[in-house]
Ligand binder design. Structure first.
Ligand SMILES: Cc1ncc(COP(=O)(O)O)c(C=O)c1O
Length: 386
């Protein structure tokens, strides 16, 4: 990182933070638009997707066949409000995790959970603490309601600086802990997460820690464990999950939160009624038992990610360890220019994540897509084929 880490610590007024100015967006997946979609939508500037989409950390294979069957079977319910499917999904998730239904809140993607969390636990006097870079939506929601954001830069290995974050939590309403972190793909072991939460509880007993496990299913690190047991044990911890990643359902908009009844109640106050759609709920229900499918998708992602990593490594570009369905590559040039050049050759890569302005986030597509993409990356980086 060429940027002074200390420069980014402290309370940032998110909208005016210099670190975010100039953020580029090339793809039009929902995730790809996270940093700008509010403004673009208002300006009527949403443009169609064109090219191989490696910009939103989606599953290129889409939903499992059983989920697609469930969607077709649910067409007849499309005229009905989704009360039944949503409550069936809540019940199924409660059974899966061995908790009560009061411990689950289902939303329109985990994005809605993030919004509920920021609205429920932060305010102009109760800041949000997060890493930098991390998934931007919590910071954007904070901006909308005047919540200050304390953004702590990742360390030299691109890992969230848990010590630095813990030092900034006093008086905060919410800590956003993205594990694995989007966009850096790094993960913290269960022991580090538990220590961090204990530290937060000591320094700032009313602060809630939101552990975002959107990429949970991709993690292979043996030290990693879900924070769900911590959330069930501690009213100051909540976890969110999504069906948008390994389950391939980003367009169907289903995510959920899990935690003790008290914080779940606080989230529900900010929930949009009927936000869970009938087809998404049916697909999610059908996906939950598919453990073999999830394992296959994890392995496929791993193998194709490895192919991608090796290609960059063979050209002298190191790719940091990834525990997710994307990699963060230091392309050693302006990431916005890299993104633009890739796009001109039909490959959409992730937006720029300041302060990592020479890093490109590349989602893992299918084998065929990555073979094509690697050819484009090589050309854009000017690597000779000899
Ligand atoms: C870390 C993280 N959390 C939450 C989301 C939102 O996902 P969704 O609203 O599709 O569940 C994303 C999207 O990419 C993400 O990367």
């Amino acid at each position: 990182m060429t940027i002074s880490r200390r420069a980014f610590v402290g309370t940032l007024a998110w909208g005016s933070a210099a670190v975010l100015s100039g953020t580029a967006v090339s793809g039009r997946g929902r995730e790809a638009m996270a940093s700008t979609w509010w403004a673009e939508e208002a300006a009527g500037q949403l443009t169609p997707v064109d090219g191989i989409r490696l910009d939103s950390n989606e599953n290129p294979n889409g939903p499992a066949p059983a989920a697609l069957d469930a969607i077709r079977a649910a067409f007849g319910e499309a005229s009905r409000y989704p009360r039944n499917p949503a409550s069936q999904l809540t019940a199924a998730l409660a059974r899966l995790h061995g908790v009560k239904e009061e411990n689950i809140v289902v939303g329109a993607g985990s994005g809605e959970i993030l919004r509920m969390s920021v609205y429920g636990f932060t305010s102009p006097t109760r800041p949000l603490v997060q890493g930098l870079p991390t998934f931007e939506d919590p910071g954007k929601y904070a901006e909308l309601i005047g919540t200050p954001v304390r953004a702590i830069p990742v360390d030299a290995q691109l890992r969230l600086d848990l010590k630095g974050m813990a030092s900034q939590v006093e008086g905060a309403g919410l800590v956003f802990l993205c594990n694995p972190n989007n966009p850096t793909a790094t993960v913290h072991p269960a022991s580090a997460v538990a220590d961090f939460i204990a530290r937060v509880n000591t320094v700032s007993p009313t602060t809630v820690v939101l552990v975002d496990e959107a990429y949970h299913h991709f993690v292979a690190d043996p030290g990693y464990q879900s924070a769900i047991p911590l959330a069930m044990d501690n009213p100051r911890v909540i976890v969110c999950r999504t069906f948008s990643k390994i389950y391939g359902m980003a367009g169907l908009r289903i995510g959920y939160a899990i935690g003790q009844a008290e914080p779940m109640k606080a989230l529900r106050r900010h929930r949009l009624g009927n936000s869970v759609n009938v087809l998404g709920a049916a697909a999610a229900l059908a996906s939950l038992p598919l453990t073999a499918h999830v394992e296959r998708e994890k392995q496929r992602n791993h193998d194709t990610r490895e192919f991608t990593r090796k290609a960059f490594a063979s050209w002298g570009y190191q790719v940091g360890p990834s525990e997710a369905n994307f990699v963060m590559v230091n392309v050693r040039r302006d990431a916005a220019e890299f993104q633009k050049a890739c796009r001109a050759s039909g490959i959409l890569v992730g937006r720029v994540f300041p302060p990592l302005t020479t890093h490109a986030r590349i989602s893992i597509g299918t084998d065929a897509e990555m073979q094509q993409a690697v050819g484009v990356f090589r050309k854009v980086l000017g690597v000779s084929t000899a």
